[in-house]
Structure formats: structure tokens, C-alpha cells
Design a protein around this ligand. Structure first.
Ligand code: ZN
Length: 170
């Protein structure tokens, strides 16, 4: 007979102030919030409850991962650069555009009620699939302008601006 019993895994509650705007979109999408919900006055506690519910349901890591992919997809779609593969993976996570649009607006509004704590940052945008710009190489051959006035340029590889984190930091 085993000396110890393993307690069933209890999900850790995630606090709303620990979640960035994109995290909150993901959390709301995964929550029980109805897709036709209307705000009940200022600082609607139901919405905050659903943010915590969705993030707790997915877990912190999965919420962050989906938020990074959401930002990556947004970055590409703003430039009409998504591929069928990247769109397909996005659709798997967020089948309803209408629900996603609503959650985006609810998440943005919730930032006014509960500010994220300073340690909370948006996660880097991550492309879920082969990068349509560099084909997954992560770098681009380009002509870099060193000094426009002096007509001084150099050719070489630089980090891909589409799929590599901005500023080169991980
Ligand atoms: Zn790239």
C-alpha cells in the first residue's frame, strides 16, 4: 500500500492583474462568457470573473502561448501576409471571428478597470507556422541604410522583422 496519496491536480487561480491585454482575450475566449454578452455598467465584475476563469482553465503557460500566437497572427494579418497554414492554425484556436472580436473589445475595456501589474508585459508575437517572409530562416538578406545622407548602405543578413522578436531580445 502506498505511503502517500497523490492529491488530484488543482489548477492555480490566475489573477486578472497578472494578464496582459492579449492574455485576457485568450482567457475570455476560453471562458463561459456568452458571445452575445453586453456590459453591465462600469467595471463589470462578471467580465473580470470570466477572465480569471478562462486563464485558470487553460493554465498560465497555455494562455501565454495562445496570446503570443494571437499577436503573431495579428502582425501578419495587418500586412495581409498570412498563409493558409497560419490561418488554419489560428482558426483552430479561435473558430469564431465574431466571438474573438467581442473578446478583444472586452479585454481592452477591462484594462481600464484592472491595470496589469508592472511585471506584466505583452508576450512577443510568435508566428505559428513557417514564416512567410524568411521561410523559417529567421534572417533576411537586405540592404541596410547606414547613413542616408552619405548614401552609405551595406548588404548583409539581419534578423527577420516578421518572425524575430523586436529589438533582438528574446
Ligand atoms: Zn521570418
Amino acid at each position: 500500500m502506498p505511503a502517500t496519496l497523490v492529491a488530484p491536480h488543482a489548477p492555480t487561480t490566475v489573477l486578472v492583474e497578472e494578464l496582459s491585454a492579449a492574455d485576457r482575450v485568450v482567457a475570455l475566449y476560453a471562458s463561459d462568457m456568452p458571445s452575445r454578452y453586453r456590459l453591465q455598467g462600469p467595471a463589470d465584475p462578471n467580465v473580470l470573473g470570466w477572465i480569471a476563469q478562462g486563464a485558470t482553465r487553460l493554465g498560465r503557460e497555455e494562455t501565454w502561448r495562445r496570446a503570443s500566437y494571437l499577436l503573431g497572427h495579428r502582425k501578419l494579418s495587418m500586412r495581409a501576409m498570412t498563409t493558409p497554414e497560419i490561418d488554419r492554425r489560428h482558426k483552430e484556436r479561435f473558430p469564431s471571428t465574431r466571438r474573438l472580436d467581442l473578446m478583444e473589445s472586452m479585454a481592452a475595456t477591462s484594462l481600464l478597470w484592472v491595470r496589469p501589474v508592472p511585471a506584466t508585459r505583452n508576450h512577443p508575437a510568435v508566428i505559428d507556422g513557417p514564416c512567410p517572409k524568411c521561410d523559417g530562416a529567421g534572417k533576411l538578406w537586405a540592404i541596410w541604410v547606414i547613413d542616408a545622407d552619405a548614401d552609405w548602405t551595406e548588404e548583409g543578413y539581419g534578423p527577420c522583422w516578421v518572425c524575430q522578436p523586436e529589438g533582438g531580445a528574446a
